[in-house]
Design a binder for this molecule. Structure first.
Ligand code: EPZ
Length: 424
């Protein structure tokens, strides 16, 4: 199992490129199942989850060619299996995103039922109820969701989501674009990744109104064509590097980063004391050597503060002046980093779903263990600013969401290397 070994005490300084978005790449790969002709995707990040999604399509018979720049050609007309097997779904919950497209295009799908994960129970009831509203028959058997569309295919439906769900909105949007008639999705999620997916579907010939709002109106079409599509930059990767730079009292410039997808995070970084400048496709942050000030965070669906950025701010607050609270409202168990940060000398107490973070002058290196993707990003930030050498174990979690993390941090002046741990 790989580890990251980080010599703390660096002040981040420099410029890096932000990769394509994992959470937009995953549904867009699923959307290629809807196209009658080949699709060409670019700016996909080289990440484990992306290769898992491509493997999932491949194991269903889809023809995929990946070039050295991660430009991917997908020809889904060769599909001959309609099952997303347990072995792949158990490693990546986002596999559920093939359900809507397979039902819409082929009228059937068997998808292994995703279980809970470290950060919460994460049910998929809204995905299933929305598809049932479009006429699908769904039952669960042997750990699989077995779904069939009615004779003549899915029918457009009016569907209200009683919880804002990113994956649910994506699945239902992908089902609705080929359903007969009009669908309306109410209380839809508005995350930039959903806008990216919707833009891709429109480029394929879909008719969608209300993109970027919580009220999506979809007029089903007969068929969708393949197109060329470039995935948006990863806003969470961008936010993570900005937060690391702020924690280290440093400065950073991100290229291929869209500030308009990160407003809530940038606002908080300004409150922390950072000078932020933005351009059309870049963001820069400078702390001018100042110690950050602790801030209060409350996560909520977009455009509010993203749950995927709260653990990084917990690390930032840990070395800030004053006390900040970090309240998680989306997932039940997303403060996994707290106990590891406390092992490094942080002063954090948990009250329900709120972490109360009292800033300390400095953190101290310690062996720590990553437990989920964003929690591990917070440990890397803590290690960068800690005194001494920190070993972050189980970094396969980091590798799910951060392309070339060592190379990028080295470019920013951090002393970091990857090693294999002796024990597993
Ligand atoms: C997406 O997960 C992201 N994953 C997550 O990214 C992100 O944390 C999350 O959205 C919230 O922004 C991908 O895009 C691949 P949800 P998703 O459905 O779609 C409840 C990362 O670190 N819910 O919006 O699974 C659910 O339990 C991650 O990159 C239901 O109750 O999240 C949660 O409390 C991990 N019923 C809330 O909604 C449902 O049917 C939001 O979950 C569906 C969801």
């Amino acid at each position: 199992m790989d580890q990251l070994i980080i010599q703390g005490g660096a002040t981040i300084s420099g410029e890096i490129n932000i990769s394509g978005s994992k959470n937009s790449g995953l549904p867009i790969i699923a959307a290629t199942l809807l196209a009658s002709t080949p699709m060409y995707l670019s700016n996909l990040p080289q990440l484990k989850d992306i290769t898992t999604m491509l493997s999932l399509l491949r194991c269903m018979g889809v023809d995929i060619v990946v070039d050295e720049k991660m430009r991917v050609e997908v020809n889904s007309s060769t599909i001959n299996e309609f099952e997303a097997p347990y072995d792949l779904v158990k490693t990546m919950r986002a596999s559920i995103l093939v359900l809507g497209p397979m039902l819409a295009r082929y009228g059937k799908a068997d998808v292994s039922f995703p279980g809970g994960c470290a950060i919460g129970s994460r049910p998929v009831d809204i995905h299933l109820r929305g598809l049932e509203a479009m006429g699908a028959e769904i039952h669960v058997d042997g750990g699989y969701i077995r779904a069939t569309a009615p004779e003549g295919g899915l029918r457009g439906a009016h569907f209200f989501m009683d919880t804002v769900t990113v994956g649910g909105t994506e699945n239902l949007l992908m089902a609705a674009v080929l359903a007969k008639g009009t669908s309306t999705l109410e209380n839809a999620a508005r995350e930039p990744e959903i806008v990216d997916l919707a833009n891709c579907l429109v480029a394929m010939g879909a008719k969608i109104e209300g993109i970027g709002t919580d009220h999506l109106v979809i007029e089903g079409v007969e068929r969708l064509e393949g197109c060329e599509y470039s995935i948006m930059p990863d806003r969470i990767e961008a936010g993570t590097y900005l937060t690391a730079a702020a924690a280290s009292r440093g400065s950073i410039k991100l290229k291929n980063a869209h500030a308009d997808t990160l407003e809530a995070v940038l606002l908080k970084l300004e409150e922390v004391g950072a000078d932020i400048e933005i351009g059309e496709d870049w963001i820069s942050l400078d702390m001018h050597g100042r110690r950050p000030k602790a801030v209060n965070i409350r996560t909520a669906p977009y455009p509010a503060f993203p749950t995927d950025m709260q653990s990084q701010f917990t690390a930032l607050n840990s070395v800030s002046e004053g006390t900040g609270t970090v309240s998680e409202t989306i997932f039940e168990n997303r403060h996994l980093q707290v106990h590891e940060l406390n092992r490094m000398g942080a002063n954090i107490t948990l009250e329900g779903n709120t972490a109360i973070v009292r800033g300390v002058e400095r953190l101290n290196a310690a062996p720590v263990m990553a437990s989920d993707l964003r929690a591990s990003a917070s440990l890397v930030i803590a290690a960068i600013v800690a005194e001494g050498e920190t070993v972050v174990d189980r970094i396969y979690h980091v590798d799910r969401g951060y392309e070339c993390i060592e190379e990028k941090l080295q470019q920013l002046g951090v002393n970091i290397r990857r090693a294999s741990s002796k024990k597993t």
